[in-house]
Write a protein that binds this ligand. Structure first.
Ligand SMILES: C[S@@+](CC[C@H](N)C(=O)[O-])C[C@H]1O[C@@H](n2cnc3c(N)ncnc32)[C@H](O)[C@@H]1O
Length: 278
């Protein structure tokens, strides 16, 4: 296993958003797990910027409707997968690298009663454990930044999609090259690997065999969202320490503060890409 892959697992094994803290929050709020619905989980289980509206934007770009077979690359705790199943009637298979998150996704999906339409399986998006031409849509959110070979991941998305299938994902982009010190900080604190600017990323998607449908620069939106998210992480740090669950490491918080600055000044940002397999 490469050092980038090992580092992503290490980062997410210690990440403050975990099934344990979500369950602790649910119990504190409701006193019992009985009668939990997917809607009870959604305020807690989305590990990306922009919450449920970001899922809706991807669903629209990916053309997700009842019965659409979706692969969610880097599915985390399965929050977006459960949302796409519950709100849109999709059948979703998540691919997730970090074993603790795969286990957490199974627990949360069972709690939400969505086990018949959502499964998160352990796997690496560099070698996706799904057959060729087996899904109608591939989605992903804020995860390919951790993946050392994005071209290979895009090739895997192309392989598992049926003809006419759609790819829709969000990711970090670098509008300007990072200084070595900032690149080191993003790597040490958040397991961020090489980042592309929007034109280079677009070209990479086309090279994988896709026709681009839409590219949205989300940087201005993220600049606002990230300030709120930083405050959320600072509050969550106290909550996780009180609950005795994973709290994240110091380098994570240090690099997150710098990340918010880099997005505010337009060095880093985010983009949503949508494309079709012809
Ligand atoms: C920011 S989280 C996003 C989780 C989920 N997409 C969401 O929005 O809630 C990124 C996830 O990508 C996973 N990941 C990182 N590298 C991966 C890889 N090579 N293959 C599969 N999953 C990966 C991490 O374990 C983590 O759960």
């Amino acid at each position: 296993m490469g050092s980038e892959i090992r580092s992503a697992i290490d980062f997410y094994e210690r990440h403050p958003i975990s099934a344990e803290i979500i369950k602790a929050k649910l119990l504190a709020a409701r006193g019992t797990f009985a009668g939990i619905t997917p809607d009870d989980l959604f305020p807690h289980d989305q590990d990306h910027y922009g919450g449920l509206a970001a899922n809706d934007a991807l669903a629209e770009r990916a053309g997700i409707t009842p019965g659409t077979r979706v692969a969610d690359f880097c599915a985390g705790l399965g929050g977006p997968a459960r949302y796409l199943a519950h709100r849109y009637g999709a059948d979703v298979t998540g691919i997730e690298l970090t074993p603790a998150r795969v286990r957490g996704a199974a627990e949360l999906t069972a709690l939400a009663g969505l086990g018949n339409r959502v499964r998160v399986i352990e796997g690496n998006v560099l070698d996706v454990p799904l057959p060729d031409a087996s899904v109608d849509a591939v989605v992903s959110q804020e995860a390919f930044l951790h993946v050392p070979d994005k071209a290979k991941t895009l090739a895997e998305a192309h392989r598992v999609l049926k003809g006419g299938g759609r790819l829709a994902f969000t990711d970090w982009v670098a509008h300007r090259p990072l200084s070595q010190a900032d690149a080191d900080l993003m790597w040490a604190g958040m397991a961020a690997t090489h980042l592309f600017d929007i034109p280079s990323y677009t070209k990479l998607i086309e090279t994988a065999g896709f026709a681009i449908a839409a590219v949205d620069d989300l940087t201005a939106d993220w600049a606002e969202i990230l300030k709120v998210r930083l405050a959320m992480y600072q509050k969550l740090r106290g909550e996780t320490q009180a609950a005795g669950t994973a709290s994240g490491h110091d380098a994570f918080y240090e690099s997150y503060v710098r990340f918010v600055d880099l997005v505010s000044d337009g060095t880093l940002g985010g983009a949503r890409f949508a494309a079709v397999k012809p």
